[in-house]
Design a protein around this ligand. Structure first.
Ligand code: GDP
Ligand code: ZN
Length: 463
């Protein structure tokens, strides 16, 4: 524990509404928590891990409620500090009142309201959990699908951290070997060990790829897959969205945008969150208002993970509509999958021959009226989200992916130093060191106050 004294903190740990039970949590150094207990419950003995029904009184000695009091002695608590938990009736007024009175009791010990995430931050600082696990706490609380909850709880148990740490261990081992060669230049460099280094590096790279895969899936579970709906007016973009929304759980529906016809709908399809953004469509236009809309559409598309390009199936012959494809490709430098949806299939009597004239992506014929093709559309979206039932997915965040991608780049450079005609082992080792640091940032072995502040301020108060 740190030499600097940390002040005890208090917060309501349970949710915002009235409930049967509510929990007020206090965390601090052992002497402070003990002294506070003595003031609140004079004459009572404090016993760790012992649930006792006690009257909770205000500073005037009036009983506010009777509840179960549990003391967790450091370091055997959530925060790693000494923790006092008051389990009382879960009314907002009552809980806030208790907090106010306990604050008065604890004033002389410096007791104050906890900041958002401060309990968890202390758990991290005291080494109870690493940074990935701390983030998983918030993700588990905020999980809006079972898959997300499952992935968060996997991260919370340390599965993701273990993978990252194991990768890091392998990197460090390899670096130690290489540095040994560098430190003893008189011993001639062994070609066999160089060859082994290369093998080991490849093994690490493969393992990194699989961690990245799982983490990417986790990020989608957390942040959702962004789907941009693109198409001319009246092809049925809104109708398709409404159809999907009618079948699935809509978390947030119809966030009206500032431009005509721009709407975001968040849906969970088979446990995977999707953000559908209905855009105004991309067209060549002189109209200024419309041009603003088009700018926004371009921005939406550049953020999208998938593009749903929707056409009226009856317009298939109309080749100039293909300018849209070109426009889409232009905006997206990288390869974003496009699903082409030929809508209003109920309006044609004979199936169109040879509709598969689009070079890239999948084509699905749909009807927002009869529902034809909608299952196919959903499974195509899920396929693009890359979910397979058997893969273990960790709850991951953008920052984890960012670090993992940096590791990937480092290892790529490292490999090139090894592969060149005259291997540059020093540079090789330096890249391995950089990669190690990146992995350390994920679990918080290496962390800045900035990063910690950013992470924990995203928590709810009381966690
Ligand atoms: P958007 O401008 O692309 O969002 O198109 P809308 O969803 O507003 O649809 C335009 C019109 O086409 C409306 O009158 C819809 O009822 C109709 N529509 C949309 N999808 C279908 C479909 O699959 N079949 C038929 N028959 N009509 C559709
Ligand atoms: Zn629309």
């Amino acid at each position: 524990m740190s030499l600097v004294k940390t002040s005890p903190i208090i917060a309501i740990a349970t949710g915002n509404g009235n409930a049967g039970v509510g929990i007020v949590r206090i965390s601090g150094e052992e002497e402070d928590v003990k002294a506070l207990f003595q003031k609140m419950f004079p004459g009572k003995e404090i016993k760790p891990r012992y649930a006792e029904l006690l009257p909770i009184r205000d500073t005037q000695g009036q009983i506010l409620d009777t509840g179960i009091v549990i003391y967790f002695r450091a370091p055997f608590s959530y925060t790693g500090e000494s923790v006092l938990e008051l389990q009382v009736h879960g009314g907002r007024v009552l809980l806030n009142w208790i907090v106010q009175e306990v604050l008065i009791f604890g004033k002389e010990f410096g007791l104050r309201q906890a900041l958002p995430g401060e309990f968890t931050e202390r758990a991290f600082l005291n080494g109870k959990i690493d940074l990935v696990q701390a983030e998983a706490v918030a993700d588990l609380i905020e999980a809006n699908s079972r898959n997300a909850a499952k992935a968060a709880s996997r991260s919370l148990t340390g599965e993701f951290s273990n993978k990252v740490n194991a990768l890091n261990d392998a990197l460090i081992n390899l670096r130690v070997e290489v540095e040994a060669i560098l430190d003893f230049p008189e011993e001639e460099i062994d070609f066999l060990s160089e060859y082994q280094s290369q093998e080991k590096l490849e093994d690490i790279q493969n393992r990194l790829e699989s961690v990245l895969d799982s983490a990417r899936q986790g990020e989608i579970l957390r942040d959702g897959l962004r789907v941009a709906l693109v198409g001319e007016t009246n092809v049925g973009k809104s109708s398709l969205l409404n159809y999907l929304a009618g079948e699935e759980i809509a978390i947030v529906s119809d966030i009206a945008g500032t431009t005509r016809d721009k709407i975001q709908t968040d849906l969970i399809i088979s446990g995977v969150p999707f953000h559908f953004v209905d855009t105004a469509g991309i067209r060549e236009t002189e109209d200024r208002i419309e041009q603003i809309g088009i700018e926004r559409t371009k921005q939406e598309i550049s953020k999208a993970d998938v593009i749903l390009e929707i056409r009226d199936i009856r317009d298939q012959q109309n080749k100039n509509k293909d300018s849209m494809q070109t426009a889409l490709k232009m905006i997206k430098g990288k390869d974003v999958p496009i699903i082409t949806v030929l809508n209003k299939v109920d309006l044609i009597s004979t199936p169109l021959p040879n509709t598969k004239d689009v070079s890239r992506g999948t084509i699905i014929e749909t009807s927002a009226v009869t529902g034809k093709g909608m299952q196919e559309l959903k499974s195509e979206l899920l396929k693009l989200a890359g979910f397979s039932e058997n893969q273990s997915i960790y709850m991951a965040r953008e920052r984890h992916i960012h670090n993992l991608l940096n590791v990937k780049e480092s290892l790529k450079r490292a490999a090139s130093y090894l592969n060149s005609t005259s291997p540059q082992l020093e540079l090789f080792a330096e890249e391995l060191r950089g990669a190690s640091d990146e992995l350390g940032e994920i679990t918080g072995k290496i962390s800045s106050d900035d990063l910690l502040g950013k992470i924990f301020s995203g928590f709810c108060i009381g966690k």
